[in-house]
Write a protein that binds this ligand. Structure first.
Ligand code: SF4
Length: 340
């Protein structure tokens, strides 16, 4: 497989299922997306649309009993070759427990989770845990690993880093823990940083600081970022391109300008309308998207958004899967409104 020269990773027709006693959940239903080198892709959608499972599929850490049923995850990597040259490999075909996948995890692709308290061990100091990532993936001594850890904690804005490196996670505030999580994710200088709702549990001031920090670190390290969120306001600040997901599919993709100024898919338009505005009247009600995401065991026929869509074309949208329409400049949307 050939990736475009500016492409770092490309996901093609990825399908992930969870076979359960109650039935099979189709968590991803043919996801296609691509992340360019040094760029930020925002992945947006309501809870349950498949954003986090897409990220976990890339890292091959899908929780049991989930499994990749079909599709490819092509990554450009320097791991797995004898001379350290670049190759393109299909992560979907690699054993999740293999040495190669362990090297890629954290060495090439790292992840920042929504709640760092669940990612850090409560029994070890933050310094030990961050140094451990370096010791596993880089050829450095323990002393050098500690020095680089302190340097990285300083870069992410943790004051008194040489003292705090010896403290435990519970001694940090939520914002500081999230900074430490970012330090751990970046310590091996990964090609791709996956940030899964990294600012959701933070107040707006800390949230703004974290977004600035990630932007600066992206410029310093040249890493690509996959930024997962349900908050379109955050996406406007940080992303270059946006993929909108609904029920395990990417329903619209485009540049930030296209998505915010010329959205095509009714779901994207509804998400944008649901952003609270400060210009409205006090008595105006907040706009919400009608209906709910269907039960995970339900397979919706035709367009997955049709039960909630205000622009549904009766007789077509419930029966036929909408084609992907190309609006130029990489702006794509799957909707019958624009097809012949
Ligand atoms: Fe709405 Fe039909 Fe477009 Fe689906 S295909 S988003 S139901 S108009």
């Amino acid at each position: 497989m050939q990736l475009n020269p500016d492409e770092l990773i490309r996901i093609q027709n990825l399908k992930v299922v969870f076979p359960l006693d109650e039935g099979t959940v189709q968590a991803l239903d043919g996801v296609n997306l691509s992340i360019k080198r040094g760029r930020v892709l925002g992945v947006v959608g309501e809870s349950g649309c498949g954003k986090s499972i897409t990220a976990r599929s890339i890292l091959r850490i899908i929780p049991d009993p989930g499994k990749i049923e079909e599709g490819e995850i092509w990554l450009r990597t320097k791991y797995g070759t004898a001379d350290g040259s670049e190759q393109v490999i299909n992560l979907a075909q690699i054993d999740p427990a293999s040495d190669l996948m362990r090297q890629i995890r954290w060495g090439e692709i790292s992840m920042v989770f929504q709640e760092p308290m669940t990612s850090f061990s409560a029994y070890h100091t933050l310094g030990d845990q961050i140094s451990e990532a370096l010791l596993m993936h880089r050829d450095v001594s323990r002393k050098e690993a500690l020095r680089l850890t302190i340097e990285m904690l300083e870069r992410v804005g943790i004051p008194n880093a040489s003292t705090r490196v010896h403290q435990y996670p519970h001694e940090f505030s939520g914002g500081m823990r999230q900074r430490a999580m970012i330090a751990m994710a970046l310590i091996c200088n990964p090609s791709l940083l996956i940030a899964d709702e990294p600012t959701t549990s933070l107040d707006v001031t800390i949230q703004a600081q974290m977004l600035d920090l990630m932007q600066n670190l992206r410029l310093d390290f040249g890493s690509s970022i996959m930024f997962i969120t349900h908050n379109l306001g955050v996406i406007a600040q940080i992303a270059d391109e946006v993929s909108i997901m609904y029920l395990g599919k990417v329903v619209e993709h485009g540049s930030v300008m296209d998505i915010f100024h010329d959205p095509k898919h009714p779901y994207t338009i509804d998400l944008l309308n649901a952003i609270p505005k400060i210009t409205g009247q006090k008595k105006d009600r907040l706009v919400a998207i009608e209906g709910n995401i269907p039960s995970p065991f339900e397979r919706v026929k035709g367009c997955p958004f049709h039960p909630r869509c205000s622009r549904i074309i009766q007789g077509i949208c419930e029966a036929q899967v909408p084609p992907k329409v190309d609006f130029g400049n990489g702006h794509l949307a799957s909707c019958h409104l624009y097809s012949d």
